[in-house]
Structure formats: structure tokens, C-alpha cells
Design a protein around this ligand. Structure first.
Ligand SMILES: [Zn+2]
Length: 295
């Protein structure tokens, strides 16, 4: 049961988004800045995302007629700009994902603002539009980043885990939507094996690793909720894994009442319902704590 389900458009029972974070090789450069240029294997593993997996993913979306959301660090926008052009040309959304995948909790204050703004300017220059959504690298959004998002007119954030369905984050400075994530819908736990960034998971068989996602969908569908994957082209975009996702998409679109949409459209829909007075989302007031918590 979901206490306050969102009425979805056209009688859909569940809204769905397969969101890809195109981190590419930013991960090795930010974790090993002194010698990443010597590390060809992780560089190639990351480059597989924009160069091999994204064309495959875009082909699937084109064939099935769906538009989705991608989150990209500014550095990756610059280094893979022709791939980004293709994503935009096909009508998908690109959101802000830091400058070079720096962890916001490690870059507070002025350093954080500068990295955020550098990425924002790169989005405007390369995509021709200001991003409307943001996802923090490693989900580590901070109160300062929330303030930066509101200050720069973002309509949503997507890194927190406070509900099953979209809700609102409110601060003294304004508000924006939260499109909640969680680890059960993320492909790092089943598939990431990456010693250089301290993440060594036993790689699961494609069907095993993806199985948890489909169970998450089934529960959301039954409850009239919202299903979102947070996945990465260099992991879920690999041949055998994407083949399974592609078949799941075909089957789900054919047999279920689902609404696949980019996150900015999903947020726009909820905002319209609020404007019409037919829906009131949950509101979380931020920050949760104003300073160090006494224990
Ligand atoms: Zn990322």
C-alpha cells in the first residue's frame, strides 16, 4: 500500500523511468587524479558507456518510442559531446550530475559552489538549455547543494530515499521535487566490480542481478506507484544485461498500463495536479538538522 498515490495520466497504473548516469571514465580520474592516465583498463571500462552502450540504449528507446532521463557530469558532457547531442536530438532529458563526479560531502563551501556552477555552465553551453534536474554523485546531496538547486531554478532533485514516490523538499529559500532513489534499484550492488574506487561486488549473472529490479517494479505497479531504475551504461548497458532489460521493456509496454517518461515530465505532471488542487504530495522540510547532532 502507498498512502498517497499519484494519479497518473491516461489511466496508467504506474509511472516508470529507466535513468542512466553516464559517469564514463570520470570515476577513475576523480578517484586517482595523479595517475589515472596510466590506468587504461578502468578508463576503457568507463568509456564503454558513452561509446558502446549509449548507442544501443538509444536504439531500443527509439524502437519502443519512449523518452527517458540521463544524468551526466559536466566533464563527460565536454569529453563526449557528440554522444550528448544524439541523446538530445532523440528528445531525452539530460540532468546535472556534478562536474567530474566529485562527492558533494567532500567538496563543501566555495569549492562545492564552483564545481556546481562550472557543471551548470557546461550544460548550458553544450546542451543549449539549463538542466531541470539533478542527481548527486554517489547520492551524496548536501543542504548546500539543495540551496544551489533552488537558487538556479531546478525543478527536481533525485538522490534521496525518503519515500516510494515523488515528494517535495522545502527549505527556507524555496522548494523542489524529490524523485526518490534507493539501492535496490541501482546496478552498482549486483554488477560493479571496481577495485580502484573501493567497490568490489561479486558480479551476478545478468538475470539474477536484474531480478530484484523486476520485483521492485511489481510492487510499485500493484500499489499504483512509481518505478525508477538508477543504472549506468557501462554496467547495465552491457550486451547480455541490456538484452534482458530490452525484453522486459517490450513485455511491460505490451501488457501493462505504464507511463514511461523523463523525470522532468513526471514532475510537470505532479505540479499540474497540485496547481489544479487535486493532489498534495508529502513535504519534507530541510535541513533535517541545523548542525552536528548531539548524541
Ligand atoms: Zn554517477
Amino acid at each position: 500500500m502507498i498512502e498517497n498515490p499519484i494519479p497518473w495520466p491516461n489511466g496508467a497504473q504506474c509511472a516508470c523511468a529507466i535513468t542512466f548516469d553516464i559517469d564514463a571514465d570520470s570515476l577513475i580520474h576523480v578517484s586517482r587524479p595523479n595517475d589515472s592516465y596510466q590506468r587504461l583498463y578502468p578508463t576503457s571500462m568507463g568509456r564503454y558507456g558513452p561509446t558502446v552502450a549509449i548507442p544501443r540504449i538509444l536504439e531500443t528507446y527509439r524502437r519502443l518510442g519512449i523518452k527517458q532521463s540521463f544524468f551526466v557530469p559536466g566533464w563527460c558532457l565536454e569529453n563526449y559531446s557528440s554522444v550528448m547531442e544524439k541523446i538530445l536530438l532523440e528528445g531525452h532529458e539530460i540532468g546535472h550530475h556534478g562536474w567530474i563526479h566529485e562527492d558533494p560531502t567532500n567538496t563543501l563551501g566555495q569549492v562545492q559552489r564552483e564545481a556546481f556552477e562550472k557543471a551548470l555552465e557546461t550544460h548550458k553551453r553544450i546542451c543549449g538549455v539549463s538542466p531541470r534536474g539533478y542527481r548527486a554523485p554517489v547520492y551524496n546531496v548536501t543542504p548546500q547543494v539543495i540551496d544551489l538547486l533552488i537558487e538556479n531554478g531546478f525543478i527536481y532533485e533525485s538522490s534521496l530515499m525518503g519515500d516510494d514516490i515523488p515528494y517535495v523538499l522545502k527549505t527556507d529559500g524555496g522548494q523542489l521535487f524529490e524523485i526518490p532513489v534507493h539501492w535496490g534499484c541501482d546496478d552498482w550492488p549486483p554488477f560493479a566490480h571496481y577495485e580502484e574506487i573501493g567497490y568490489m561486488m561479486p558480479v551476478r549473472a545478468p538475470s539474477e542481478g536484474l531480478k530484484g529490479f523486476w520485483e521492485e517494479f511489481d510492487a510499485q505497479y500493484e500499489a499504483g506507484g512509481f518505478f525508477m531504475l538508477i543504472v549506468h551504461p557501462f554496467l547495465t548497458g552491457r550486451l547480455a544485461r541490456w538484452r534482458i532489460v530490452e525484453r522486459w521493456l517490450e513485455e511491460t509496454i505490451a501488457s501493462k498500463r505504464v507511463w514511461f517518461a523523463p523525470l522532468d515530465e513526471i514532475v510537470g505532471h505532479v505540479q499540474r495536479l497540485m496547481d489544479e488542487g487535486v493532489y498534495n504530495p508529502k513535504v519534507d522540510k530541510l535541513p533535517y538538522y541545523s548542525g552536528p547532532v548531539e548524541i
